[in-house]
Design a protein around this ligand. Structure first.
Ligand code: TYM
Length: 334
């Protein structure tokens, strides 16, 4: 039997992934390539929904791809590609845009958050249609599962709604995808504001742990992470969001259940615990940073791997799009 298919994407909007991207998504991508037919894309079309410098976009797209390989995606087993290399993403997005209600698109909370930053009238129409392009990414590959963090739940619901609507109106065409979200790491929070998600667009760099950051600054940020009143290392998201976030991080990185960690640090105070968290983060990131640097030193090879990915992705995308065109009623080109 064919393996189930998995698809996910990540934006090239920063010079490094952060710990939230890594624990919430990329680590699962690596695991899932063992059991799934895996498609992962660097979503540069999504990146331009906010103003973007061409040189920065080029650099960040390569840095993103290099980090994916460095984190453990195997170009033999996973199809890793750049979204803009496969033209069908924009073509299917247009079809789905025409099936989406204005009100439905307007309810997307990420659009509301992001556009609030620019002022709603300054936000691009592209930002408004962003989740529909994401739906196209997923439906195009007939994905069964989509590994993401909790912030993507609403976009996945929209994806299912649009897939279902298309199937209902034009005949069964799309697989309806399930989100694949690991509860323990679905929302890694900001070290300085432990109730907010760790995010590239966060106002304070002190709250974000970048995968490509050097050990020194990583350790410093963790030692300075906002902790809570009291001195006991306890998991209590309500009253101790800072320590609970660090416990979640330590648990995920060392494969140790949270209750075991709580028992280990009983009576030891925050200092020892934070030092160990810092070492776990440094140990996880250092090899990824080193491999990323190596991959980036040979752009030709990196571009070659991405071209192979684009070719494999295109083969699937073309097939889906041919069916969509026919079902919609577009004339065949003879
Ligand atoms: P992006 O680039 O913002 O984030 C990439 C992935 O990282 C997850 N993530 C987190 N997980 C846990 N805690 C956090 N603090 C945290 N911050 C980010 C995100 O949930 C995401 O899985 N819209 C998507 C990109 C996209 C996509 C797709 C995803 C485009 N097309 C198709 C899946 C399928 C996004 O903005 O990801």
């Amino acid at each position: 039997m064919a393996r189930p298919r998995v698809l996910s994407g990540i934006q090239p909007t920063a010079d490094s992934f952060h710990l939230g991207n890594y624990l919430g998504a990329v680590r699962q991508w690596v695991t899932l390539q063992e059991t799934h037919d895996a498609f992962y894309c660097v979503v540069d079309l999504h990146a331009i929904t906010v103003p973007t410098e061409p040189a920065a976009l080029r650099r960040r797209s390569r840095v993103a791809a290099a980090q994916l390989f460095a984190a453990g995606l195997d170009p033999e087993r996973s199809t890793v590609f750049v979204q803009s290399h496969v033209r069908e993403h924009t073509e299917l997005a247009w079809v789905l845009i025409c099936l989406t209600g204005m009100g439905e698109a307007g309810r997307m909370t990420q659009f509301k958050d992001k556009s609030a930053k620019f002022g709603e009238s300054a936000a691009s129409v592209g930002l408004f249609t962003y989740p529909i392009l994401q739906a196209a990414d997923i439906l195009l590959y007939q994905a069964n599962r989509v590994p993401v963090g909790a912030d993507q739940k609403q976009h996945l619901e929209l994806t299912r709604d649009l897939g279902q609507r298309f199937n209902h109106r034009f005949g069964d065409t799309f697989t309806l995808p399930e989100p694949y979200i690991l509860k323990e790491v679905e929302k890694i929070t900001d070290l300085q504001d432990p109730t907010a998600k760790m995010s590239k667009s966060s106002s304070s760099p002190a709250g974000i742990l970048d995968v490509l950051e050097q050990p020194g600054p990583l350790r410093k940020k963790i030692m300075r992470a906002v902790t809570d009143t009291g001195s006991e290392v306890l998991f209590d998201e309500e009253n101790k969001p800072g320590i609970s976030n660090l416990l979640r991080i330590q648990s995920a990185l060392t494969a140790t259940p949270i209750p075991d960690l709580v028992a280990r640090y009983a009576g030891q105070g925050y200092g020892t615990f934070k030092k160990d968290v810092a070492e776990a983060v440094v140990d996880a990131f250092a090899p990824i940073r080193e491999r990323t640097e190596k991959l980036l030193s040979d752009e030709k090879e990196l571009d070659r791997l991405l071209a192979i990915g684009a070719e494999r992705a295109s083969a699937v995308a073309k097939q889906t799009m041919a069916e969509v065109r026919d079902r919609i009623g577009f004339l065949p080109k003879h």
